[in-house]
Ligand binder design. Structure first.
Ligand SMILES: C[S@@+](CC[C@H](N)C(=O)[O-])C[C@H]1O[C@@H](n2cnc3c(N)ncnc32)[C@H](O)[C@@H]1O
Length: 207
């Protein structure tokens, strides 16, 4: 039963949640910042693909170990008008050369990557010295009373939500992996569901 939930139901639920209008508005702000050779970490079903700036992006390498969610993206991948390669791999061990990409794009995946610190170190390794990490992630609220609720919720949430954690301090994790954050905006994407909607949107460079 758990197998069928993870393989069939969960990928569809995640795609539905990630297709919300409020998320689309964020994609519009963040994805066009990508340029050159782009590594999209946790590409999922490819919901970012329509938002890339065709005049700036040379090629895209997407990685994601989630075969169920990748299957949902097959048609989007096949019809992509920028050269695209999708690798069924984990961000904790990125199969790319050092200093080989211009942009790493990370959207709503940093919450679910099991060893996010190792994954961010890998993103840093594959970035060219002048490259940038572009991110939009939900995570730990800056309001202590909401963060406390997130710690409580996180005891159960990852089991139902595909390993998604609601309480990761994304900015600290990015800095801890050796990045300097250049731009950062924090906001709640939903004023009611504050426990799951505190966001970090921005860019970072290698420190
Ligand atoms: C909520 S979905 C977001 C998908 C996509 N980034 C988006 O913006 O719509 C989280 C994604 O992270 C992926 N993921 C989980 N663990 C991962 C890992 N170790 N390495 C790379 N991606 C991972 C999942 O398979 C899933 O596709």
């Amino acid at each position: 039963m758990a197998g069928a939930y993870d393989r069939i139901v969960l990928p569809r639920l995640i795609e539905w949640a990630c297709s919300h209008d409020s998320i689309g508005e964020q994609r519009q702000l963040v994805v066009p910042k990508a340029s050159g050779t782009v590594l999209e970490v946790g590409i999922g079903s490819g919901l970012n693909l329509p938002f890339y700036d065709r005049s700036k992006v040379k090629n895209i390498i997407g990685i994601d170990p989630g075969e169920g969610v990748l299957k949902l993206g097959e048609e989007r991948f096949a019809n992509m008008d920028i050269p695209l390669e999708v690798l069924v791999e984990s961000a904790e061990k990125i199969p790319l050369e050092n200093k080989s990409v211009d942009t790493v794009l990370l959207t709503w995946a940093g919450c679910s990557i099991p060893d996010i610190q190792t994954a961010l170190s890998e993103m840093r390794r594959v970035l060219k010295p002048n490259g940038q990490l572009v991110f939009c992630e939900h995570g730990r609220s800056s309001e202590p009373h909401i963060a406390r609720r997130q710690d409580w919720l996180n005891k159960v949430w990852p089991y139902f939500a595909g390993g998604c954690n609601v309480n990761r301090d994304i900015a600290s994790l990015i800095r801890g992996a050796g990045f300097d954050i250049q731009e950062l905006e924090n906001f709640y994407s939903d004023k009611v569901m504050k426990t799951v909607s505190f966001h970090y949107r921005g860019t970072a460079k290698i420190a």
